[in-house]
Ligand binder design. Structure first.
Ligand SMILES: NC(=O)c1ccc[n+]([C@@H]2O[C@H](COP(=O)([O-])OP(=O)(O)OC[C@H]3O[C@@H](n4cnc5c(N)ncnc54)[C@H](OP(=O)(O)O)[C@@H]3O)[C@@H](O)[C@H]2O)c1
Length: 211
């Protein structure tokens, strides 16, 4: 699969390495330009290439958006229609500045990002797991220490694609529901956020406490 990544920090670079390791074609981008990513892509190996954000969108069958929430309005304005987009972003007002829509609970960060990326099938995923766990804690299916990764989104086909990627890099997807209500169950401040749980434990938490 062709995967375009926007954001080359802890999460973006770690996902690039994992997806390339299992055989996907990966490109990665940041805000400062591909020339600033040459050392990173050499280190990542796996044929990962540095591109611009617009090129990452055009390239990817799946596009990962992994930037600080406060910068989502800088994302490319076009090209997302029909793409599966993985939103890893979290809202931290002290980092991102205050967003009254989120402070009031009127909507969620993922819904605002979806509304910005016209026509994208947005799936919130990899937002609730620390980057070092994505790097280090993949396990084979059935291993009791295999961690769950909550996902949410409105398009079942897109969620299935993302769930497959999660399984293939050694984790279990946990479907939390639609993008808004589902996503609000694994955003910062919830019990699922940052919880290091296997699928059974995470599912119990989702259904008993996080709703
Ligand atoms: N760190 C974690 O463990 C973790 C876990 C789950 C979710 N998250 C969330 O995932 C997102 C990324 O986190 P992170 O820790 O990977 O962040 P990070 O290490 O600070 O990296 C952020 C990346 O985003 C890029 N970026 C910023 N604005 C951009 C733009 N307009 N266009 C393209 N690229 C842009 C930056 O590139 P430049 O340096 O060139 O600006 C940088 O490569 C955040 O929303 C965070 O809250 C983080």
């Amino acid at each position: 699969m062709r995967i375009g990544i926007i954001g080359a920090g802890h999460i973006g670079a770690t996902l690039a390495r994992q997806f390339a390791r299992i055989g996907h074609e990966v490109v990665i981008s940041n805000s400062r330009g591909p020339q600033t990513l040459q050392a990173l892509v050499q280190n990542l190996g796996g044929g990962v290439r540095a591109v611009t954000p617009a090129e990452a969108v055009a390239f990817g069958e799946v596009v990962v958006v992994s930037v600080p929430y406060g910068r989502y309005r800088e994302l490319p304005a076009e090209g997302f229609d029909g793409k599966v987009v993985i939103d890893t972003c979290n809202y931290y007002p002290e980092r991102d500045g205050h967003d009254p829509d989120l402070d009031s609970g009127a909507t969620t960060s993922s819904e605002k990002i979806r509304d910005q990326l016209g026509g994208a099938d947005v799936v919130k995923a990899f937002n609730a797991i620390h980057w070092e766990n994505i790097r280090d804690r993949g396990r084979p299916k059935g291993d009791p220490e295999r961690l769950a990764i909550p996902i949410s989104g409105g398009d079942e086909d897109a969620k299935a694609v993302v769930a497959g990627l999660i399984r293939d890099i050694g984790f279990d997807p946990l479907d939390a529901g639609y993008l808004g209500r589902g996503g609000s169950k694994h955003q910062p401040g919830t019990r699922l956020y940052g919880a290091e749980l296997n699928a059974e434990e995470a599912s119990a938490l989702l259904h008993t406490h996080a709703g």
